[in-house]
Design a protein around this ligand. Sequence first.
Ligand code: NAD
Length: 251
Amino acid sequence: MTATRFSGRVAVITGGASGIGAALARRLHGEGAQVLIADLNEAQGQALAGELGERARFQATDVASQASVEALVATAVRTWGRLDMLFNNAGVGNLSRIEALAPADWQRVMAINLDGVFFGIRAALPVMQAQGGGAIVNTASASGLAADFGFAAYNAAKAAVINLTRTAALDNAARGIRVNAVCPGPVDTPILAGVSALRGDWEARVPMQRFARPEEIAAVMAFLASDEASYLTGAAIPVDGGLTAHTGQPN
Ligand code: NAD
């Protein structure tokens, strides 16, 4: 096989069965990586791993469970002997005004979108420290840099992911482990199904006047995990068509 950017590299992608994670799995696999797809959605995850074939596997995973995430990292190491890239990407949305937000829903969003990232970083660090390097990319959101109306738990979790990313980056910078976050604006994936009525207005507010394709986010995530980003750590990169560059002033 021709050597490519990720030949011989091992990647774990949570939320890898759908949307951004699936686009990333395709991209990394296409560039030579061994890819372990992790998701709650077994049918879609198995189907994607089957489609990719050699060098792809699926493991049913609930990122809200520390044991499940530890088992995931252990599978990558058992199967391929190392872990070069971890993408903490699984997430769920939740549109609810604070006064109507059930504490159980708040906790579920935090468990998946924030605890899941913590469990992933925590499980990967000893492996990456022992092998002398690695890259972690967390999927935060433009909603972690600014805030969306009514998405209290989501906004809070994504902002926390950004500062968790920075802390993990600081603590591991001298060990060859880079930790970054990507902050997408609206992306055309199933997570936005519940707010599809807002799409026209939403697109009009994005300076680029459209939602992203999942592949456009995956391209930046792959870059962040690649050797081309060798001096890049602790960053939260907006990939949002200019959304968070805008004050809201009408044009
Ligand atoms: P998606 O719904 O297509 O994919 C999310 C995946 O995460 C699904 O396959 C789902 O089954 C999985 N998942 C949910 N809970 C899980 C759990 N507990 N354990 C394991 N897997 C779980 O949506 P997407 O847009 O591809 O979302 C990927 C990430 O991007 C999320 O973190 C999301 O918050 C973030 N994001 C999305 C957008 C957007 O507009 N689509 C914008 C900013 C950030």
